[in-house]
Design a protein around this ligand. Structure first.
Ligand code: CP
Length: 309
C-alpha cells in the first residue's frame, strides 16, 4: 500500500484514518527486523535531534523511545521536569520554545495535563509526539497494542476485544478503542459501573459490568492497571474487592477462549487486576507488547521526522 505520511505530530489515534494507522503498523513491521539483526542500527535519523521531555514518570515508554532513537541514529537529549526551569515557574510553552530555539527536530513529551501536547504542537515548528497526556491519549501504546494483536490474530475485522478495568481514567483505553474501532474490531469495555460509564456506548462499544459476560467470546483481553492514586476517590471499596469481582485469575480465566490473548500495558499490579501466574503464562503477550513498542516508536519517529520543516 502506498501512502505518503504528512503529519509533523502524533497526538491521538482519533485524528488518524484506518489507512494511516495501518501504514504505521506496516512501517513498524519493517523496523522490527532491524532489532533482530546483529547490528541493530540504521541511519534513518542521522543528523536529527530528539528531546525526550517527561513531565510524569515512565519506565517503558521513556526507555523504549530512547532506544528507538538510538537505533535510528538520532542525537538525543533527555530532560526531566524536576531538573528543568519548570520548577522555577517557567511556563510549559516557554520551556518548549527554548528547546525549539536550539534547532531541535522532535520533542517526545509526556505530561499529566490532557491536551498539553496538542497545545504545544500548535505553537512549535518541530514535531511533537505524545508519550501520554493525562487520561486522554497514549498513541504509541495503542499502536503497539494494535501491532501485537495484528501479529497474533492476523486481522481486526470482527475480532472481539475486551478492555477490562479502570476505563474512566485510562489513556490506554481511549487510544486502543479508537484504533480498534477504526480497524473493524468489536470492543467491549468491562469493569465496575463507577469506572466504566454507559456513556461510552454512544461511540459504538459494548459496556458490560459483569466479568463473565465481558470475557466470554473475547479473542483478546487487555487489562488496565488499577490506579492506586484514585483509590481515595471511592470508585471501588478496596483492591481486594476489585480483585474478587474484576480480577483475571486462575478461575475467571476459564471464561476466556483457550487461545485468547492476555495483554497489559504495564505497570502490572500483580494479583490485583491480573494473577501473577497468568501474567507470566502462555496466553500472556505482555513482554511481546514491550518488544513491539520499540518497532512502533521507530516507525513513528521516522514518519513524523520526515514531515518536520
Ligand atoms: N505503558 C506505559 O506507558 O508504561 P510507562 O508508564 O512505564 O511508560
Amino acid at each position: 500500500m502506498e501512502l505518503s505520511w504528512n503529519r509533523k505530530d502524533l497526538l491521538c489515534l482519533y485524528d488518524l484514518s484506518a489507512e494511516e494507522i495501518t501504514f504505521i503498523l506496516d512501517t513498524a513491521a519493517e523496523f522490527k527486523k532491524v532489532s533482530e539483526r546483529r547490528v541493530k542500527k540504521v541511519p534513518a535519523l542521522r543528523g536529527k535531534t530528539v528531546v525526550n521531555f517527561f513531565v510524569e514518570p515512565s519506565t517503558r515508554t521513556r526507555v523504549s523511545f530512547e532506544l528507538a532513537e538510538q537505533r535510528l541514529s538520532a542525537d538525543i537529549v533527555n530532560m526531566a521536569a524536576d531538573s528543568s526551569s519548570l520548577r522555577k515557574g517557567e511556563t510549559l510553552l516557554d520551556t518548549v520554545k527554548n528547546i525549539e530555539a536550539l534547532q531541535v527536530d522532535l520533542i517526545v513529551m509526556r505530561h499529566s495535563a490532557p491536551g498539553a501536547q496538542d497545545f504545544i504542537a500548535r505553537h512549535v515548528r518541530c514535531g511533537v509526539i505524545n508519550a501520554g497526556d493525562g487520561a486522554h491519549s497514549h498513541p504509541t501504546q495503542a499502536l503497539l497494542d494494535l501491532f501485537t494483536i495484528r501479529e497474533k490474530k492476523g486481522s481486526f475485522k470482527g475480532l472481539k476485544v475486551t478492555i477490562l478495568g479502570d476505563i474512566l481514567h485510562s489513556r490506554v483505553a481511549r487510544g486502543d478503542l479508537w484504533g480498534l474501532l477504526k480497524l473493524g474490531a468489536e470492543v467491549t469495555l468491562c469493569g465496575p459501573a463507577t469506572l466504566v460509564p454507559r456513556e461510552f456506548e454512544s461511540i459504538g462499544v459494548r459496556v458490560c459490568h459483569d466479568l463473565r459476560s465481558g470475557l466470554e467470546n473475547a479473542d483478546v483481553v487487555n487489562l488496565l492497571r488499577i490506579q492506586h492514586e484514585r483509590q481515595t476517590a471511592g470508585f471501588f471499596p478496596s483492591t481486594g474487592e476489585y480483585a474478587k469481582f474484576f480480577g483475571l485469575n486462575m478461575e475467571t480465566v476459564k471464561y476466556l477462549k483457550p487461545d485468547a490473548l492476555i495483554m497489559h500495558p504495564g505497570p502490572i499490579n500483580r494479583d490485583v487486576e491480573l494473577a501473577s501466574a497468568l501474567a507470566d503464562g502462555p496466553q500472556s503477550v505482555i513482554l511481546e507488547q514491550v518488544t513491539n513498542g520499540l518497532a512502533v516508536r521507530m516507525a513513528v519517529l521516522f514518519l513524523v521526522a520526515g514531515c518536520v520543516r
